[in-house]
Design a protein around this ligand. Structure first.
Ligand code: BG6
Length: 489
């Protein structure tokens, strides 16, 4: 659209997320010619900074995948020429009105579309939305706002935030981002399921024994303790990233690939889920440990964390979907910081073959030899399927082998960062990968009673050493449902 303008305003431009993810993603889109011809980027924050200083900051922190390519430098110059800075308070209509005049200057009277990315703490979302929508919204094009979690701390505060935002914006202007939905393997989940005959008919309690959603990081909350302590791992990872993946995994076939059709199915499956109870969950917190010649401090030793904090840095949970497709199938989640490895994956464990002819080759534990489908979301994106196979030779010995689709071996194209895809979708008005407010409500209903009980009863997390595999309680939890964690076997 040569005639229309796009202005993207990053509110909270000097923050970490803006520097590490949003500006690099915008640059990557520019590099790939995905931004409209007339676009302008504004950084908005309280820090005093000139346009030049903003450009300097962006170029310094450009750590995106593009920076290794040829002619990146030239493109970078061109991109930076389109970046401007406006310093202002987050609750000042006057400052947003100044931003509006700057935008108008760049737009030169043409149709203007305006995207605001709120990369700021949640307690100022509403102020910014009030000022931005009142003083800096587009008069002749669209205005959209991307918000990033946390969307409240529980069902009530989330509902309150939604109501406040809706005083100023229509639901279709609000783009609630969950960056896990922009990850390549998560997008591929539906393709894999709905377009392969070898999977689609198997996607139910008839063939699937359990499903596991695993997230682990090999670093602690270093530097983010202040934020994290108020939320904990259940709100930081499970209630959003892992639950979103679960919803995509388990939803019924949508009528079409339209955003509303997909989100309708996600809401339905979320609403069919049982509320989590205390006995379905294990929580943990990492403690000091010496590993590889280095001492890693425990969570409560972080100066920004109270030293009697009970906030979980690890949690494992068993969830159930009470519908015809998934009745009785445990959906296990595990998320933790300061573990032994960084990984995110989905594991689907299938039932055993009834009357397996080769059962004597597997000993008494047939479940050990069942098929397992793994989608490794990161790192080293891959899809692999564990199958039973005869070891070549004269005897009859079986082996569990992988049919392995390793992305780096199969595809030469680099995988875009999740933020690139999501920003592009927001610019194009594609809502499929953004969270609708009723989805958010349904997600909070599953977790809110548990979160309240954990806090009211001051349940102490099980301590685990930094860099370990997490609390042993997670194994007992899985064992209650006859499950073994696939990442540990
Ligand atoms: C964020 C969480 O949403 O996701 C962080 O707040 C976490 O605690 C991060 O580290 C993980 O994202 P990624 O893309 O690095 O796996």
């Amino acid at each position: 659209q040569a005639e229309s303008n796009l202005s993207v305003t990053v509110v909270g431009a000097s923050g970490d997320l803006a520097k590490k993810k949003i500006f690099p993603a915008l640059f990557a889109l520019f590099y790939e010619d995905c931004l409209p011809q007339n676009f302008t980027i504004f950084g908005y924050a309280r820090t005093k900074m000139t346009d030049e200083e903003l450009r300097e900051m962006i170029s310094r922190t450009l750590t995106c995948r593009i920076d290794k390519r040829e002619n990146c430098g030239d493109k970078m110059e061109k991109f930076l020429e389109r970046c401007f800075y406006h310093s202002g308070q987050y609750n000042s209509e006057e400052h947003f009105a100044e931003l509006d005049s700057k935008m108008k200057q760049k737009e030169g009277g043409k149709v203007s579309n305006r995207l605001f990315y709120l990369s700021i703490p949640p307690d100022i979302f509403v102020d910014v939305v009030r000022c931005a929508s009142g003083k800096a919204s587009s008069k002749n094009g669209w205005t959209r706002v991307i918000v990033e979690k946390p969307f409240g701390r529980d069902a009530e505060s989330s509902g309150e935030l939604t109501r406040s935002l809706k005083q100023y914006l229509a639901e279709d202007q609000i783009f609630r981002i969950d960056h896990y939905l922009g990850k390549e393997l998560v997008e591929n989940l539906s393709v894999l399921r709905f377009s392969n005959l070898v999977f689609e008919p198997l996607w139910s309690r008839n063939y699937i024994r359990n499903v596991q959603f695993i997230f682990s990081e090999d670093f602690g909350t270093e530097g983010r303790g202040g934020y994290f302590d108020n939320y904990g791992i259940i709100r930081d990872i499970m209630q959003n990233h892992l639950l979103q993946i679960l919803a995509l995994f388990a939803m019924e076939t949508p009528v079409s690939l339209d955003a509303e059709d997909i989100r309708n199915e996600k809401v339905k499956v979320l609403r069919s889920m049982r509320r989590l109870r205390l006995e379905d969950v294990v929580i943990g917190q990492y403690k000091r440990n010496s590993k590889d010649g280095k001492t890693h401090l425990g969570y409560t030793e972080d100066p920004t964390v109270p030293n009697d904090s009970l906030t979980p840095t690890f949690a494992a949970a068993a969830l159930f979907i009470d519908n015809a497709r998934w009745d009785g199938v445990p959906f296990l989640m595990k998320a933790g910081k300061a573990l032994n490895t960084r990984r995110a994956e989905i594991r689907v464990q299938f039932r055993h073959v009834p009357g397996n002819l080769y059962k004597r080759n597997f000993g008494t534990d047939l479940d050990k030899a069942t098929n397992e489908l793994v989608l490794r979301v990161q790192p080293d994106e891959a899809i692999y399927l564990k199958i039973n196979n005869k070891i070549p030779g004269l005897g009859m010995r079986l082996d569990r082998s992988d049919l392995n689709l390793l992305y780096s071996a199969r595809y030469s194209k680099e995988i875009p960062d999740a933020y690139e895809r999501l920003l592009l979708d927001a610019i194009e008005g594609e809502r499929r990968l953004f969270i609708r407010s009723d989805e958010l409500d349904a997600a909070w209903s599953i977790f809110t009673p548990l979160l309240k009980e954990l806090e009211a009863k001051k349940i102490a997390p099980e301590l685990y050493p930094y860099g370990s595999r997490g609390p042993v309680g997670a194994h007992y939890l899985a064992a209650n449902y006859n499950v073994r964690w696939g990442d540990l076997t």
